[in-house]
Design a protein around this ligand. Structure first.
Ligand code: UD1
Ligand code: CA
Length: 458
């Protein structure tokens, strides 16, 4: 028995209240666009097809998902109502057995809630996702009869005073059997307060043909809240972040202040991770056991080993950090910075596309780019790898047990042999031999006796 699920996502709305040049559904919540989130959730239900209804000028929206070949796009040139929007999508849903209607601006609906709705439909041709709200103003109300059976949905603007007092509202999300849905949509009229083809009117049509309309509720009312303006967007963002933070804390992560911690992407943590205030994790971030992250750090697409300590105000992107290393404060690790175990990186040090072997230290004010550093190396304060000649990048190779004196420039391509020492203040342009001191200074040190400091002119 085939039971093909088709999903239609309505996203034709203008979103004027966002006051934005960007279409509403492309605004981001926790780093992912609203529509992207709905699509992700829809995909987890394993549907046979996903149809997105976009509005006039929806090209920007389409383009944002250009590399996703699984989506079908349907234009609804004029917004004549939610019923009209679904009707436009029906030809693209041909062959489906069930149709689930979602909204591009309702980003937090969970897979679990949708699974419950799908289950609620069961043997009926129609099931709705409803929720009880303290303040139901603005929403369509769920009208039930004396047996508590759903009879109709009445829009705010069409409701009588008695209906307005109903607190169970229509979230808009529903699932219906394809054939009956098609029939109901064809019968919709627009003789109502807004002159629109209401999707909600299919409920009455269904009831009239003897369909028993089921209803399911979400775990959390905020799951079904839509985004109309930036205030609501921020509310949902905070809600979403709080849930993520709670999940982490329950899994053994200490958050000094869950309200000052944000995840925009996927974060996995070992046990006994401690995160101080104002930390942002973006993309895919993996933190090993016992990792400690100081205040004001940004960590993006990085893997951080067991026992690592990141001191405050460090920015880490596309990096790998081995166990027991210590980074910061004020360190910047850029893409392809790969540090082994027990590495120390201190303040105002920038590392890019470089491998640093275990127990090496770069503690102060340095730039290390396109470099390989061996084990137990000490890079003195102010050391710069001059990796770029204005046209091409070149590599610096530093062996094991090297000591680089402060304020050294290593002009790449250049190699420093194992055990070499570089005298402070050197500009190294040629390979330096192992186990020897190499230094290069413009002049011998001299002293001018009786020299007077300049004084201010009167
Ligand atoms: C709709 C429901 C209402 C429900 C509320 C939940 C109808 C008639 N009413 O009301 O019962 O309580 O949602 O938020 O369905 N859209 C299109 N094309 C259109 C019209 C709308 O794609 O022609 C999309 C919009 O982009 C939006 C969604 O459908 O994402 C809902 O449209 P909106 O006009 O906001 O519906 P409401 O009037 O709020
Ligand atoms: Ca409307």
């Amino acid at each position: 028995m085939s039971d093909k699920l088709g999903v239609v996502i309505l996203a034709a709305g203008q979103g004027t209240r966002m006051r934005s040049k960007l279409p509403k559904v492309l605004h981001k919540l926790a780093g992912r666009s609203l529509l992207g989130r709905v699509i992700d959730t829809a995909k987890r239900l394993d549907p046979a097809c996903i149809v997105v209804v976009h509005g006039h000028g929806g090209e920007t929206v389409r383009q944002a998902f250009a590399d996703d070949a699984t989506l079908t796009w349907v234009e609804q040139a004029k917004q004549l109502g939610t019923g009209h929007a679904v009707r436009q999508a029906m030809p693209a849903l041909t062959g489906m057995d069930r149709v689930l209607v979602l909204y591009g601006d309702v980003p937090l609906v969970s897979e679990e809630t949708l699974a419950r709705l799908i289950e609620a439909r069961d043997d009926s041709a129609l099931a709705l996702l409803t929720v009880d709200l303290e303040d139901p103003h603005g929403y369509g109300r769920i009208v039930r009869d004396d047996n508590d059976d759903v009879m109709a949905i009445v829009e705010q603007k069409d409701a009588n005073p008695l209906q307005l007092s109903i607190r169970e509202i229509n979230t808009g999300i529903l699932i219906a059997s394809f054939g009956p849905l098609k029939g109901w949509l064809e019968q919709l009229g627009n003789d109502n307060a807004q002159g629109e083809y209401y999707l909600t009117d299919i409920v009455e049509l269904a009831v009239r043909t003897g369909v028993h309309v089921h209803a399911a509720q979400p775990e959390d009312p905020l799951e079904v809240m839509g985004v109309n303006d930036r205030v609501q967007l921020a509310e949902l963002e905070r809600h979403h972040q709080r849930i993520k933070a709670e999940r982490l804390m329950r899994a053994g992560v200490t958050l000094r202040d869950p309200a000052r911690f944000d995840v925009r992407g996927e974060l996995s943590c070992g046990v006994d991770v401690e995160i101080d205030v104002n930390v942002l994790c973006e993309g895919r971030v993996e933190l090993g056991d016992g990792v400690r992250i100081g205040a004001n750090c940004v960590i993006r697409d990085s893997r951080i080993g067991d026992g690592v300590e990141i001191l405050p105000n460090s920015i880490i992107e596309g990096a790998e950090i081995g166990a027991e290393s210590r980074i910061g404060p004020f360190a910047r690790l850029r893409p392809e910075a790969r540090l082994a175990d027990h590495v120390h990186v201190g303040n105002f040090v920038e590392i890019k596309k470089s491998d640093v072997a275990s127990a090496s230290k770069i503690n102060h004010l340095s730039y290390i780019g396109d470099t390989t550093i061996g084990t137990r190396v000490n890079i003195g304060a102010g050391t710069i790898t001059c990796n770029y000649d204005g046209a091409n990048k070149h590599r610096t190779e530093i062996g094991d047990d090297v000591f680089v004196g402060s304020d050294t420039q290593l002009v790449a391509p250049v190699k420093v042999g194992n055990g070499a020492t570089i005298g402070a203040g050197s500009t190294i342009t040629r390979d330096t031999p192992a186990d020897a001191l190499t230094l290069c200074r413009a002049t011998e040190q001299r002293t001018v006796k009786g020299w007077k400091r300049p004084v201010k002119k009167k």
